[in-house]
Design a protein around this ligand. Structure first.
Ligand SMILES: *Cc1c(COP(=O)(O)O)cnc(C)c1O
Length: 356
């Protein structure tokens, strides 16, 4: 197989589950389309690029990703546009982030021709699965994992790259109650917080489960040294509107995931003439702003939920409550983003990549 062109060999599925499945309001992440994209990295090159039926595959018990966690992923959405076409939202940003994650985890890069052209080819083949209902989308999950059959601790010599697709309904998250986490940590300077690597998710689940036992939905992560500087909410970037300024943690420490939604919201806010600051934000700043009546909106951002409203930030000894019904900027952002993604307003930023 040539390493120049990555045109996949295609093996079609014999039958389609679409005849029995309705694409409206499907739960997120449970139903997959008929095909998957697969490529293997062997002897320093991506080989055998193929689209094959979505099926289980066998793995070796000593496969290194299972033991040492060289595993990264991305989350992207494709939308049915108002003219009946299909477009992917900013996949080039996800490709860049995927390769930054790969470099940090000592894994090989995936070229654009494999990542972007591969997912487009896959979506064209499974285009009937892109839902045509408002707020619905096709969720795209590219991922890569180490495949050596070897228990010695070293970077794997072989990897598999795959893309799978799932139709998903509107991800309306109820406004969330968030526990301000000052014991467990998500990310440290010099660590892997900026990488979309599987272990970050595995390592976050215990803190989230403890927060749920206290009656919360998720945690607000703070820095590992002083537990004073805010980082993210669960697996979303976080925004605060203080007075008429929106603040969000800066990316420079390497502890914050470079969210594509985060970047898109900042772009929209600036275009609308709103003041946005990317900088360190302390818990004292938030509590004093709250006490002064200036902390007006709190929301998270991510591909899956888009913009997610926060109705409470709780500490051991105090709590700050909000009325998400009054979050005008967050609501405008959610609507503005969805209008662009579904093609109801013109895509002046070049954020949509047409597939069909
Ligand atoms: C994926 C992710 C986000 C959101 O990134 P988007 O590109 O907006 O989907 C935020 N924080 C963490 C920790 C993530 O893993």
């Amino acid at each position: 197989m040539s390493t120049e062109g990555f045109a996949p060999r295609i093996e079609r599925a014999a039958s389609s589950a679409l005849q029995t499945l309705k694409l409206e309001n499907l739960p997120f992440g449970k139903y997959f389309t008929e095909h998957k994209l697969v490529a293997d990295h062997i002897d320093g090159a991506w080989r055998d690029v193929r689209i094959t039926p979505y099926q289980p595959f066998e793995i070796h018990p000593s496969m290194s990703a299972l033991h040492y966690g060289q595993a990264i992923f991305e989350g992207i959405k494709a939308f049915r546009t108002s003219d009946g076409g299909v477009a992917i939202f900013r996949p080039g940003e996800n490709l860049k982030r995927f390769n930054r994650s790969a470099a940090r985890m000592e894994m090989p890069e995936v070229p654009a021709a494999l990542f972007l052209d591969g997912m487009k080819e896959l979506i064209r083949l499974d285009q009937a699965w892109v839902p045509d209902f408002p707020e619905h989308s096709l969720y795209i999950r590219p991922f890569m994992f180490a495949t050596d059959h070897y228990l010695g601790v070293r970077p794997s010599e072989t990897y598999r790259f795959m893309v799978i697709l799932c139709p998903s309904g509107p991800f309306f998250m109820e406004p969330q109650r968030i526990f301000v986490e000052r014991h467990y940590v998500r990310a440290v300077e010099g660590g892997v917080g900026f990488a979309k690597t599987a272990g970050n998710y595995g390592a976050s689940m215990h803190a989230a489960a403890e927060a749920r036992k206290r009656g919360y939905d998720q945690v607000l992560w703070t820095d590992p040294v002083e537990h004073r500087w805010v980082q993210e909410i669960g697996m979303m970037n976080v925004f605060f509107r203080i007075g008429d300024t929106v603040v969000t943690p800066a990316l420079d420490a390497g502890t914050i995931l470079h969210g594509v939604t985060r970047d898109s919201l900042i772009t929209l806010l600036k275009e609308w003439g709103r003041k946005v600051e990317e900088r360190p934000i302390s818990l004292e700043e938030l509590t004093s702003a709250y006490d002064a009546g200036e902390l007006r909106e709190v929301f998270g951002s991510g591909t899956a939920a888009s913009v997610s409203m926060i109705r409470e930030l709780g500490f051991e000894d105090r709590s700050m409550v909000f009325d998400p019904g009054s979050f005008e900027w967050a609501k405008a952002l959610r609507q503005g983003l969805s209008d662009i993604r579904e093609g109801r307003v013109s895509d002046t930023h070049g954020w949509l990549q047409r597939v069909l």
